[in-house]
Ligand binder design. Structure first.
Ligand code: DGJ
Length: 764
């Protein structure tokens, strides 16, 4: 809800309040972002500068307290006495312009004020406040938009050139705010196969920056970040979360002033940025997202997850179950034909998959990543019946069909490139910078966008395609405003292809998680988190993303072990257990599985389907866990599912307690560990002690048994009150080297369990 009284603006929800006011001099003074308060509290919340600080630069010398440098503000000017980082920079030719925006008026709209520039935007806002500011000396109008989404608010800015001169915008942030206090900044950084690693940096006197200049939101620095107050933990304390509905170069900074104000801002990266603002033209920033929780990081994540699921994901896929998919990439790479694919599809169907995804290599001369990208004519040697025929065969098996594209890039060795070399991005007078043997197409050009829309549309119309994986495997060489225009071109293409096909499930991918952002999520309900599917790595990658993004949007696949990315061998049970906390898929050569593994996968998929709603849309929390363990939980009205994951286990491991959250203290719950199995071969030489007859552990008999038989592992089934489960229950023992017990957890390193916790009926 938005209320306005005597120049005070208040966005108020059950969990937070955001207040600011127009001062007598027309500056927008930030008053409060945090626990819910009343609009009448404004005077109590306003900072009291007293006689002001020494060296103040103010528009009125008689009143040192008016110094803009020491006020908490909603926006900042340039060259007008606020010496902190400015949220904008406008130039007239080669002259930087001072700027000082003063409050003019405001408007409140029901719902959301629509962006005009083609940038994507969250849907279903409750109310929008538009505050107009003008510069006394420059013909520029700045409008700050605030939209209330219930759980979070969004902010964006629009700068209009009211003059007759062409100006240039070198920087214009989506939002800027000054918070009182000391904070720790959490960012999610990394690179290929190491996305979303969590880093914590104190915000002090030197500015800290979270930025991407690769042309995309990048795997280096996710646009989403957090600011946590002192003492904040997963379930307590003040935490702010911020994100940007944008897929290109982004920038955020935080810095604490001498007076103790932490200035935070976020928007399109100003690096080499220079956008032309024609007379009468408006520069619109992407929409920024701001959230607050007084209940720690988990509280913040809940607000962000609700916002993404309810307002960012395309309407046709909001809270719609994501299918269990099989993707042929890691199992086949480029080496397949219809016969091999159908054999895999038959097995995938038997295991319980619902969708078969044909990844790279199905078109033109695309038999490696060196050639053919851009030519989306089906390779008839591999698929003699075409895509329609292949999709028909899949339908006959009871599987839906999904297809891979990488429409933004081209191999120089391709028909498309030979016909239109000028459609690729080149830098005049310089050699091309190739990456994975490809160049990007110039999505700023209408002809290129039309080609992509037409070629992808033709394929989509040629067969019953229910899912598209939209890949993009390199960084850009475009900078600044050119990179921004590219992203606007991308959004145009995505909108034209997929708006008329809302039921196609789009999964975005960029060498894994190189473009995991809210801009892409406005088109694609899920994103491939990482090419790294090692579950120990995924705990970090999915765990990092979980701070800002819900499980439903994380593509999470089980692949073979030892892992292609780490060479680490991990139990199949753990590969499944980690992937359950996302949109589950399988990506391995099913033909190479032992029968016992095939049975385990079938059981995994059946389990996931039985709990799919809770896994994909349940309330997610990171649980407190013993040293070296990770705990995740999802909770729905029906049940709580808690996963505990271990790293290396010591010999004779000690006793631990496991804690879950969100239960009712007084109710009684039944707790069952998901039934898991062990392979006979997991015991190595020890197996001879398990067998009643003498056997050679490396002989043919046990090798055959290893493929065929499984041993039960870690059976647990008990009841307890919510109070006990939240205080910490003692799980079954880990393997202690003294013998096999089916009621202990015997997986060794990297083992894990999922507990299904449901209320016992009839016990109050
Ligand atoms: C990179 C993606 O991340 C992979 O999943 C796969 O689709 C390959 N591209 C195909 O070239």
């Amino acid at each position: 809800m938005i209320e306005v009284q005597n120049g005070v603006f208040h966005l108020r929800e059950s969990g937070w309040s955001y207040l600011f006011r127009a001062t007598e001099r027309g500056l927008l003074e930030h008053l409060h972002f945090g626990a819910p308060v009343s609009i009448q509290d404004a005077p109590a919340l306003a900072v009291k500068p007293g006689m002001g600080w020494g060296m103040a630069v103010t528009p009125d010398e008689a009143d040192g307290a008016l110094c803009p440098d020491t006020l908490p503000l909603e926006w900042s000017g340039a060259g007008r006495g606020d010496y902190r980082e400015s949220s904008m920079e406008v130039w007239d030719g080669d002259v930087p312009l001072p700027a000082e925006f003063r409050y003019a008026d405001y408007q409140i709209f029901e719902g959301t004020a629509r962006l005009q520039s083609g940038l994507p935007q969250a849907g279903g806002g409750l109310q929008t406040l538009a505050v107009t500011l003008r510069d006394g000396a420059l013909p520029l109008t700045l409008t700050l938009y605030y939209t209330d989404f219930g759980g979070v608010l969004t902010r964006r800015a629009a700068l209009k050139n009211e003059s007759h001169r062409t100006l240039t915008v070198r920087k214009c942030m989506s939002w800027c705010v000054d918070l009182v206090g000391e904070y720790q900044l959490t960012t999610f950084d990394g690179g290929w196969i190491g996305e979303a690693r969590r880093h914590v940096t104190p915000v002090e006197a030197a500015r800290v920056v979270n930025e991407s200049t690769t042309g995309f939101s990048s795997n280096r620095h996710n646009p989403g970040f957090l600011l946590a107050g002192k003492g904040a933990g997963e379930d307590c304390g003040d935490v702010y979360g911020f994100n940007l509905v944008y897929s290109g170069n982004h920038y955020a900074s935080a810095q604490r002033s001498f007076q103790g104000l932490t200035r935070v801002m976020q928007g399109v990266s100003p690096a080499l940025f220079c956008a032309v603002l024609a007379p009468g033209g408006t520069f619109e920033t992407p929409e920024g997202v701001l959230a607050y929780s007084g209940a720690g990081f988990n509280g913040l994540s809940a607000a962000m997850h609700g916002f993404v699921n309810g307002h960012i994901i395309p309407p046709a896929w909001r809270y719609r179950p994501r299918p269990v998919l099989f993707n042929d990439w890691e199992g086949c790479m480029f080496d397949f034909d219809q016969r091999r694919l159908l054999e895999l599809a038959g097995r995938a169907k038997k295991q319980g998959a619902e969708l078969f995804v044909l990844d790279d290599g199905w078109f033109g001369a695309r038999n490696s990543d060196r050639a053919g990208l851009g030519d989306y004519g089906v390779n008839e040697k591999k698929l003699p019946e075409g895509l329609g025929g292949f999709a028909g065969k899949l339908a006959g098996l009871g599987l839906n069909f999904g297809l891979w594209f990488e429409p933004e890039a081209v191999n120089p060795d391709s028909g498309l490139y030979r016909a239109h070399p000028d459609w690729a991005i080149h830098q005049p007078g310089r050699s091309d910078l190739l990456s994975r043997h490809e160049l990007l197409l110039d999505l700023r050009k209408e002809a290129v966008r039309d080609y992509i829309v037409d070629s992808v549309t033709e394929v989509l119309n040629s067969a019953d395609i229910r899912y598209v994986k939209w890949d993009m495997n390199r960084q850009s060489v475009l900078t600044g405003a050119a990179a921004h225009e590219y992203i606007l071109g991308l959004y145009d293409v995505l909108r034209r292809i997929f708006a008329p096909r809302p039921d196609i499930l789009l999964e975005s991918c960029s060498s894994g998680g190189n473009r995991f952002d809210l801009g892409m999520l406005c088109f694609s309900p899920q994103i491939w988190c990482s090419d790294n599917t090692d579950p120990m790595e995924r705990l970090q990658i999915q765990g990092g993303l979980s701070y800002l993004y819900p499980q439903s949007c994380m593509g999470a696949h089980v692949s073979a072990a030892p892992h292609a990315q780490t060479l680490r061998a991990t139990p199949l049970s753990t590969r499944g257990n980690v992937s359950f906390f996302g949109a589950l898929g399988y990506e391995l050569d099913l033909k190479a599985l032992r029968p016992v593994e095939a049975r385990e996968i079938k059981a995994q998929i059946a389990f996931y389907k039985a709990h799919r709603d809770t896994f994909q849309f349940g309330a997610f929390s990171r649980l407190p866990a013993p040293e070296g363990w990770t705990g995740w939980q999802v909770r729905s009205e029906r049940e709580t599912l808690a996963g505990f994951f271990r790293g290396l286990v010591p010999a004779a491991p000690g006793i631990v307690k496991l804690r879950v959250s969100g239960l009712d203290n007084n109710r009684r719950y039944r707790v069952r560990a998901r039934p898991q199995t062990l392979r006979v071969g997991d015991f190595g030489n020890l197996v001879k002690y398990l067998s009643p007859v003498r056997v050679n552990p490396d002989g043919p008999l046990l090798r055959a048994a290893d493929g065929l038989y499984a041993l039960p592992d870690g059976r647990e089934d008990f009841t307890a009150t919510g109070a006990a489960l939240m205080a910490g229950f003692a799980p079954a023992a880990l393997f202690t080297g003294t013998g096999y017990d089916k009621n202990s957890h015997n997986q060794g390193d990297f083992g894990s369990e999922i507990y299904v916790i449901s209320e016992e009926r009839g016990h109050d």
